[in-house]
Design a protein around this ligand. Sequence first.
Ligand code: 5GP
Length: 181
Amino acid sequence: MTVLSGPSGVGKSTVVAELRRRSPEIWISVSVTTRSPRPGEVDGREYHFVDDREFDRMAAAGELLERAEFAGNKYGTPREPVRRQLEHGVPTLLEIDIAGARQVRQAVKGDALFVFLKPPSWAELVRRLTARGTEPPEVVERRLAVAREELAAASEFDVTLVNTSVQEVCRQMVTLINSDQ
Ligand code: 5GP
């Protein structure tokens, strides 16, 4: 199993969307979230969009491998689908935030490769977080504050990739995911 993490706005979801397109042999975990869909997002593809009550039910029932709150919303990885893919030896990718990656590390005890995606520079991260234009300013501010702390977590990861180009990061991810099998 490979876990891709890094600050919000670094381009993790763009990398994952490209991997989904060009490497269908990789199974990508679909998280549950209480946040509303962004334009273009499809329920069941990027996320399972659930309400607070359903999220809390899943958490209480132990159905989530890890979970985190991020910028006022809840996110979690459904446990059972991941277990099933791993049981069948399918290359499996999780794209989650740093708090979630730490929980997975506790849960799998070294049985995963942890990859940190870093922006080329802080200025570039600010530009990306601001340019998305889909969030109100106070949400962007909160995400920047979290991102500043999260950048410091790179040293906890097995590999750090710099997001200079989506294509290049995808190539590196495919190599890493395959070498982890
Ligand atoms: P976004 O709302 O921009 O799609 O995601 C916000 C943050 O939540 C990103 O850093 C993303 O990686 C993270 N995230 C997405 N799904 C999960 C999940 O299942 N668990 C955790 N811990 N973080 C997640």
